[in-house]
Design a protein. Structure first.
Length: 768
């Protein structure tokens, strides 16, 4: 069972006893001095007042009220250790690399073995290498020399074992790193290395510390053997079915920070441990002496926006309860033996959490809302003082529920390529829905999300709405038959807050093939999906897994049954309208010319390459279209065989007359560019007067092409010398120009540039 050595203590004051003099074990060549002190460095050689091994700190350099230069140690890096008075028994219980400090300006200024510092050692002469992490030593400011300019610190000597000395005497050593001389194996880098708790004593070498290069100080601890209280174990689990009970298959969460304030007002902090070895995290409450009848409090560090920790977390507490401690040997998949679950008979009390499991939610077998509490009195729960017993007496079990985000975006696919391109807008007020994974809807351990509604479990519903804002209308159920239907917002987006995972972040990851979430979009008449209309995905909890809990704790979404992350699902849709185009013959006659505006011809058509300068193939006029030949004579009037109405002038020398002649000019020279230029001109009029400008055209063989792209490609072909290409574009433009609504083949279908010009949006999904 792991211990928590990093505890700040308030020393208990006793009557003064004569100081145990610090007698050097040898004459040292190392200048300066070291001495033991209290946690703030206030007293020098406070031997008679050390009630517990935890009370002893190491100081070096000038003593209290002494000048900075007094008893200064040489600057550099040092190791320290604790032994019995003879130096033969090494009592320090952590690795030598966890006991490394720096001396600067003659005083301790830096500690190198804090939490997270890894070290490795060989397990016996023929054993393999073991890598572990330092637990760390408390490192506090020296009240006398801690400010400018020295910034002196004191470091706690614990952890170390009990001394065999009958008088409770210990010896602390310090030696420069460069003079440290270990007597055993090499580490992975070929450096000499001291194994944990190896004795390593030989004549003239005390576990790597050479007397002439070391300083020592003896001190005495009154309590020969520490009195430890195996009081509390902490367990944190993912309450996947939201029933406020630890059920088979639910995962433990480790690495979750907690704090407990005992009756002395001292906060004991730590993190829950990996329970794959069998037991939960343990807190040994050394400060609890005589305080078991006081009120204690648990600060769970709930990792919500109400705290200043881990603000991106999407986990929160469902319940907490105290019960009798029982060890178990299950793996991290959760307890498999029902006898080891948290049975109702084990209940002692329940915590009052901000989000509680109400009577209607709980199984009804255990204490419920009447027994909820914010603090607890250890003695009332059966806790009694015990000496050197590392087993907890009670367990505090805390359940968590998690959410994951799945963003769904609805895009108006103006180019029909099935991809959300830059500049394409979202479609607001489009129905999208989530179907929950089947395994979550078949839970036997507690309520499924269907039961969470304004009428069923209203407090729970309100808490979820308030905390996670899943964009539901007031009074709307979160789920109906395992389905949540929502509408996209003004940007065409909706983010589902998905309660409960259908899997965990363990590797390798496998799920039942049919156990997945599914998101779908609605369909509507006149609209067409250019991407998949449904996608399957998994929601996995990062509350446990091969790496434990990573901050911030999140649920994450993945492609179904794979390790590919999936943070957003994008649906692309298009609508299409249908219009009739006019042929070049239509734009030649009085109806087409009547619809045409001369300004469109002179400001746009005449700027395009096929029409901005005179060509060899146009005999009834010349380009650009201005109603005159290059010698300034008028082009003949059009409609020789047509009746001209009063609204349309047929006089010679007009722009429209020259356009009319161009559209029906015979191709006597056989230049393929002329027919391409004629069909392109009619197409340009159709785009302007039928489509209202550029639009995405739906090709008869599938796919789309923008009108402007087709225009640009046709002009490029006209500019080239490839007659085959020129004829192909002429034919394609001719096909479009001949398309009519209601006739064989239908009219021209196109995607408008704005979804507001589309048919009505769907109002919902068909009944399931």
């Amino acid at each position: 069972m792991s211990k928590s050595p990093k505890l700040k203590l308030t020393p208990l004051l006793t009557s003064s006893l004569s100081l145990l003099a610090a007698v050097p074990f040898f004459v040292s060549a190392l200048s300066g001095a070291i001495f033991t002190t209290t946690e703030d460095g206030a007293i020098v050689n406070e031997n008679v007042r050390y009630q517990d091994k935890l009370d002893v700190y190491l100081d070096g350099g000038p003593r209290m009220n002494a000048p900075a230069s007094a008893a200064s140690l040489p600057d550099g890096d040092y190791y320290f250790q604790v032994t019995d008075p003879s130096g033969k028994d090494l009592l320090s219980s952590d690795h030598i690399s966890c006991r490394k400090i720096t001396i600067n300006n003659g005083v301790i200024t830096e500690y190198h073995g804090a939490d997270g510092h890894n070290y490795s050692y060989k397990n016996g002469q023929n054993g393999g290498w073991i890598e572990e992490e330092c637990t760390g030593h408390a490192f506090n400011t020296d009240v006398d020399h801690g400010g400018d300019p020295l910034y002196a610190m004191v470091i706690q000597l614990y952890p170390y074992d009990d001394t065999p000395n009958s008088g409770g005497v210990y010896k602390v050593w310090i030696t420069p790193v460069d003079n440290y001389d270990p007597v055993n194996e090499l580490d992975l880098d070929g450096n000499k290395h001291q194994a944990v708790n190896q004795e390593g004593y030989q004549a003239g070498n005390f576990h790597g510390f050479i007397p002439r290069f070391s300083k020592t100080d003896n001190y005495k601890v009154k309590q020969k053997r520490r009195q430890e209280y195996g009081i509390i174990a902490l367990r944190n689990y993912h309450d996947a079915n939201l029933n406020c009970r630890l059920d088979p298959g639910e995962k433990f969460i480790w690495g979750w920070e907690y704090g407990i304030d005992d009756g002395l007002g001292v906060r004991n902090t730590g993190v829950t441990q990996d329970e794959s070895g069998g037991d939960p995290s343990t807190i040994l409450m050394q400060e609890a002496l005589g305080k078991l009848d006081d009120l204690w409090n648990l600060d769970h560090y709930r990792w919500t926006e109400d705290e200043d920790k881990n603000l991106n977390s999407q986990y929160f507490t469902t319940s907490g309860y105290a019960h009798a401690y029982q060890a178990f040997t299950s793996t991290n998949t959760g307890p498999e033996d029902p006898a080891l679950w948290d049975e109702p008979s084990d209940y002692l009390e329940r915590f009052l959490m901000e989000m509680v499991c109400l009577d209607a939610v709980d199984s009804g077998d255990g204490p419920q809302t009447a027994n909820e509490f914010t603090g607890f009195t250890p003695s009332a729960l059966g806790v009694v003082p015990e000496i050197n017993n590392e087993d907890p007496q009670i367990t505090l079990t805390l359940g968590q529920v998690g959410f994951a985000n799945m963003k769904v975006t609805k895009i108006f696919d103006t180019n029909g390529n099935g991809v959300a391109d830059d500049g394409e807008m979202g479609i607001p007020n489009w129905p999208v829905r989530i179907k929950y994974a089947p395994s979550l809807l078949q839970s036997s351990g507690g309520p499924v999300p269907d039961t969470i509604s304004p009428t069923e479990n209203a407090d729970l519903y309100d808490e979820i709405i308030a905390r996670f804002q899943p964009n539901v209308e007031p009074g709307e159920a979160l789920l109906v038959n395992g389905i949540a239907t929502r509408m996209t917002d003004s940007n065409g987006e909706h983010t589902f807050k998905l309660l409960l995972p259908n899997g965990y972040g363990d590797a390798p990851f496998t799920l039942h093939p049919s156990d997945y979430y599914q998101v779908e979009e609605a369909s509507a008449q006149g609209w067409q999906a250019s991407s998949n209309m449904a996608m399957n995905f998994d929601v996995r909890s990062e509350a446990s897994g091969v790496e434990g809990r990573l901050t911030p704790i999140m649920g994450k979404t993945y492609m179904d049954d794979s390790d590919t992350g999936l943070e957003e699902i994008v649906f692309t849709n298009l609508c299409f309208n249908e219009v009739s185009f006019g042929t070049k013959g239509y734009w030649h006659n009085k109806n087409g010319l009547g619809e045409m505006e001369e300004s469109f011809v002179t400001s746009y058509i005449n700027t395009l390459d096929p029409y901005d300068s005179e060509t060899s193939y146009f005999g009834a006029g010349d380009e650009p279209f201005d109603g005159k030949y290059s010698d300034n004579t008028n082009v003949d009037a059009a409609f020789n065989n047509d009746d001209i109405n009063d609204a349309l002038s047929a006089q010679a020398g007009t722009v429209k007359a020259e356009v009319s002649h161009f559209l029906v000019d015979s191709n006597g020279g056989g230049d393929p560019r002329e027919q391409l230029a004629q069909q392109l001109l009619a197409f340009l009029f159709n785009v302007e007067y039928r489509l209202g400008g550029d639009a995405q055209l739906i090709l008869s063989g599938g796919g789309t092409i923008s009108a402007q792209t087709l225009i640009d490609e046709a002009i490029a072909a006209w500019q080239g010398t490839d007659a085959t290409s020129q004829n192909e574009y002429k034919t394609q433009l001719d096909d479009f120009n001949n398309m009519k609504v209601g006739e064989e083949g239908g009219g021209v279908q196109f995607i408008p540039s704005d979804p507001a010009n589309c048919p009505p949006l769907p109002s919902g999904f068909e009944a399931q």
